[in-house]
Structure formats: structure tokens, C-alpha cells
Ligand binder design. Structure first.
Ligand code: ADP
Length: 499
């Protein structure tokens, strides 16, 4: 076993901070890396030490394996946590870290490699009797043959990039007449996004729900699951609202999916935290989609309902400690919902709207968690993902968590950029979401910008209360502090929330 004393976080923003907080609780020194665009970022200030690794583009900073490993050597770092995105699912990086004699807080390069290809992943789990969507077992080389297979499977079908991620290189084909055109698009998208144009075919599951299982495995062969997260509210195949547990799983299906997820992890000798993604149809049949070999954006909802700190477990596992949590001891307690707050304009096709956070006041209170990396007055850099924060609420029941979310959204004050908060409020209030009867088509089926109803007018008394809480949190408000900003930007703030 190797004790980690100093951890470098090869990431930025909310996830870098989130990892550092747990590391600090564990008595581990933290090292931040940052690009020139992030000089004043919170993760830089929070860390014990911070090193600039290059100019703003991530290829010249956050993705520089050599420089990051060099920083570790210079500062006597013994482990690297990659967070999500950037180098988190890069097998070459994991292996370079290992070769440099450092600990990679994550799975082995071999597991990352296998699960990094959707086709290799399917092949790896083939012996485990995991339900899979009917489709081609390998990359398509002959289009005519692919059309014959598609006709056998039955349209609609989905063309998917083997190296896919983030919903890229994915095309639905409704009938054979569309096949060639969609195939060309999928291949060129896959080629430009992943440098690998291999695609395969899957039956398109209609009215699908996205349900994923969190797993944890140690280096001694113990693997457990921490139940599911439902992530069916998506736009462009990207998650925007997540919750745990799912509103529709029965205890039997939950158990069967959990077992299947553990088998998937076992099939690639997995250790660390990972997520096994499934698609679930309207009869609650579930099919394996892929495994993400890292910490997910939406991991907090699992932490809320299980009480397990996933980052802490990842660090223990990386140190070689055996898991101390037993499957039979785990229980779902309460319900958690997460919304992703992006600097995007929901009234304008979710186009990124980066700029300066002129007003930025977080909601607070019992059962509200905000994972973010910004403060009032900070600019959101154009170089990276425009996520401002993750807002998570927790209650005894799903209804309570949703009510808390609506309250928290109303209290979240952001001006200077458009955000997805009004859209998230729309989701929370929608009957289909409230009743649990929704699928991945939720956004295209129900959402149009005219549905962004105004958030109820906050009264002066309420505003004063929020302001007082803010001032108490920030003992030294800046001279041009929130009072003036809110007073003068009030109308703009309302306008933002209405759009
Ligand atoms: P990516 O790696 O690009 O995120 P996934 O395989 O995880 O791709 O799928 C992303 C989303 O695409 C799923 O959550 C689901 O909404 C949709 N999807 C994927 N496969 C299918 C399928 N066979 N049928 C219907 N929808 C699918």
C-alpha cells in the first residue's frame, strides 16, 4: 500500500475544487495546475500549491502529459487525479503516469483502453450474459451488408461512433432511403471528433431512458455498485438533469442492473470508480451501452443518497486499500436531483453565452449543494466547457428534492450571462418530469423557448434576506459590492431570468 501525501489535480473548475476539498479532509496536500486563462480561478487559490502549465487552449495546458508529469516530479507529488474530461479517459496518460512512478487515481490503462471503444467493450463483456441492444458486433466495412443487417434489425436504427463520447458521431436512421446520407455524416463526425471514423449499428430503442450504475472496485477484486442515476433529460444526447434513484426502477430491476454493472466491471478487471451506462425501454428491459472509466459529472446525486464520498473511495483504492463498504450494507436514503447550470442561452438553442458573472449569489439552505468554481465578478473563459455549476438538492422524497430544487433555482442569482436555470425550472415543473413518465425525448418533445415562463417575482424582503445571507458569507464585500450591483442590475437580472 502506498500512502498518498500530495495529490495533483489535472483539471480545473468545479471538479478540481471538489476533489481538493476531499483531499484536504484526508490530510493530503493539493497541487493545482492551471492555464493562463485560469490564473485567478478558485481551484488555483484553494490548492496548497499551483503551477501554470501553459496558454489557454487545453491542448497547450490541461492536456500536456509531459508538463503535468514534470510538475509532479518538481513538487514531489505522488498521485494524480484526472477528474472528468481532459485526460481522465486517456489510456496513454494513465500509463505515462504509471511509468513515471506516480499513482493514477483511476483504473488501469488496460481497463481504460478496452472501455474506451464501445465495440471493444461489448466484446469484453460478451461472456457475461449482459443484455445488449441488437446490432453489428464490429465496425462497418461494407455498407451494403450493413443495410441488410439494418433491415433485419428493423428501422429505426442508430449509427454510432465506436470511439464516441458526448453524443458525437451518432445518427438515427429512420429508413433505408436515409441510410447513405446519415452514414456519411456519422463517419465524418466521428473522424473529425475522435480521429477514428469507425462506426457500428444498433437498434434504435424508442422512448429510451438513460439509467446508469455507479460502481466501485478495489485492487483486490472486490466490486460493488452504488445503485443508479437516471439521466434521461438530455439535449443533443448530453445530460442536463440527473437524479438518484430513478423514478421507475423496481427493486428487482435495480438489483439485476447492479449485478450486470458489477459483471461489466469485472469483465475488464476494473478498479476505481466507474459508471456502467444502460438504456432502458418502456417495458423496463435494460441494455448495456458503455462504461465510463472515471468520476462522472453527476456523481454528487449518488453521494447524497448513499452517504459515500466517491472521491475519498477513489483515493483509498488508488492507495491499494481494500474496499470497506459491503454491498449488503448499502442503502438508498432519500432522493437527490442535480441540474447543470451552463452559461448557455436556452432561448437561443442553448448557444454558449460566456461573459462576466456580474451578479453571482448561490442558493443555500438545508439539502442544497452547489458544486461550482466561480465567484461574482469572474469571467467564464471561452476556452472550456461553459458549465458554471452543478446545483444539487436532496430530500426525503423525490417530490421534496424537486421542490427544494425549484426554491434553490429561484434563489440562485446570476446576471451578466444567460444560463440554463430557467430551462431547469421548466423541467422541474413539467408534469412529465414530475410524474416520472419521461424519456430521452423529453426536451425535443416538450421544450420550446416560449415555455420559459418567468420565475416568480422575488419580493424585496426575500431579496434582502438573500443579500444578507450573501454578505454574511462574504465578510469583506468589495466596495462596488452586491448592494449596488443588485440594485442597479435588478431589472437586467429579471430580464435574464425571463428570457
Ligand atoms: P456517448 O458516449 O456519445 O455519450 P452513449 O452510447 O453513452 O454515447 O449514448 C448517449 C445517449 O444516446 C444515450 O443516453 C441515449 O439517450 C442515446 N442512445 C444511445 N444508444 C441508443 C440506442 N440504441 N437507442 C436509443 N437511444 C440511444
Amino acid at each position: 500500500m502506498a500512502k498518498i501525501n500530495k495529490l495533483l489535480i489535472a483539471n480545473r473548475g468545479e471538479i478540481a475544487l471538489r476533489i481538493m476539498r476531499t483531499a484536504r479532509e484526508m490530510g493530503i496536500q493539493t497541487v493545482a495546475i492551471y492555464s493562463e486563462a485560469d490564473r485567478n480561478a478558485l481551484h488555483v487559490r484553494y490548492a496548497d500549491e499551483a503551477v501554470c502549465v501553459g496558454p489557454p487552449p487545453s491542448t497547450e495546458s490541461y492536456l500536456r502529459t509531459d508538463e503535468i508529469i514534470d510538475v509532479c516530479k518538481r513538487l514531489n507529488v505522488d498521485a494524480i487525479h484526472p477528474g472528468y474530461g481532459f485526460l481522465s479517459e486517456n489510456a496513454n496518460f494513465a500509463s505515462a503516469v504509471r511509468q513515471a512512478g506516480l499513482i493514477f487515481v483511476g483504473p488501469s490503462p488496460e481497463s481504460i483502453e478496452v472501455m474506451g471503444s464501445k465495440l471493444a467493450a461489448k466484446a469484453a463483456v460478451a461472456h457475461y450474459n449482459i443484455p445488449m441492444v441488437p446490432g453489428t458486433p464490429s465496425a462497418i466495412t461494407d455498407r451494403e451488408e450493413a443495410k441488410v443487417i439494418s433491415a433485419q434489425i428493423g428501422y429505426p436504427i442508430l449509427i454510432k461512433a465506436s470511439a464516441g463520447g458526448g453524443g458525437k458521431g451518432m445518427r438515427v436512421v429512420e429508413n433505408e432511403a436515409e441510410f447513405d446520407e446519415q452514414m456519411d455524416r456519422a463517419v465524418s463526425e466521428a473522424q473529425s471528433a475522435f480521429g477514428d471514423g469507425s462506426v457500428f449499428i444498433e437498434k434504435y430503442v424508442t422512448s429510451p431512458r438513460h439509467v446508469e450504475i455507479q460502481v466501485l472496485g478495489d485492487q483486490h477484486g472486490n466490486i460493488i455498485h452504488l445503485f443508479e442515476r437516471e439521466c434521461s433529460v438530455q439535449r443533443r444526447h448530453q445530460k442536463v438533469v440527473e437524479e438518484a434513484p430513478s423514478a421507475i426502477l423496481t427493486p428487482e430491476i435495480r438489483e439485476a442492473m447492479g449485478r450486470a454493472a458489477v459483471d461489466v466491471a469485472r469483465a475488464c478487471g476494473y478498479y476505481g470508480a466507474g459508471t456502467v451506462e444502460f438504456i432502458v425501454n418502456d417495458k423496463l428491459d435494460f441494455y448495456f451501452l458503455e462504461m465510463n472509466t472515471r468520476l462522472q459529472v453527476e456523481h454528487p446525486v449518488t453521494e447524497q443518497i448513499t452517504g459515500v464520498d466517491l472521491v475519498k473511495q477513489m483515493i483509498y483504492i488508488a492507495e491499494g486499500k481494500p474496499l470497506t463498504i459491503k454491498q449488503e450494507e448499502l442503502q438508498i436514503k432519500g432522493h437527490a436531483v442535480e441540474v447543470r447550470v451552463y452559461a448557455e442561452d436556452p432561448a437561443n438553442n442553448f448557444l454558449p453565452d460566456v461573459g462576466t458573472l456580474e451578479t453571482y449569489i448561490r442558493p443555500q439552505g438545508n439539502g442544497v449543494r452547489v458544486d461550482d468554481g466561480f465567484e461574482q465578478g469572474m469571467a467564464i473563459p471561452i476556452y472550456y466547457d461553459p458549465m458554471i455549476a452543478k446545483l444539487i438538492t436532496y430530500g426525503d422524497t423525490r417530490e421534496e428534492a424537486i421542490q427544494k430544487m425549484i426554491r434553490a433555482i429561484d434563489e440562485y442569482q446570476i446576471s451578466g450571462v444567460q444560463t440554463t436555470l430557467p430551462f431547469c425550472r421548466f423541467v422541474m415543473e413539467h408534469d412529465a418530469f414530475r410524474s416520472g413518465q419521461f424519456d430521452t425525448g423529453f426536451v425535443s418533445k416538450y421544450f420550446t423557448p416560449d415555455k420559459l415562463t418567468p420565475v416568480p417575482n422575488i419580493t424585496e424582503a426575500e431579496l434582502a434576506a438573500v443579500l444578507a445571507a450573501y454578505l454574511m458569507e462574504n465578510q469583506k464585500p468589495k466596495t462596488n459590492g452586491p448592494t449596488t450591483q443588485i440594485a442597479t442590475k435588478g431589472s437586467k437580472w429579471k430580464a435574464n431570468r425571463l428570457s
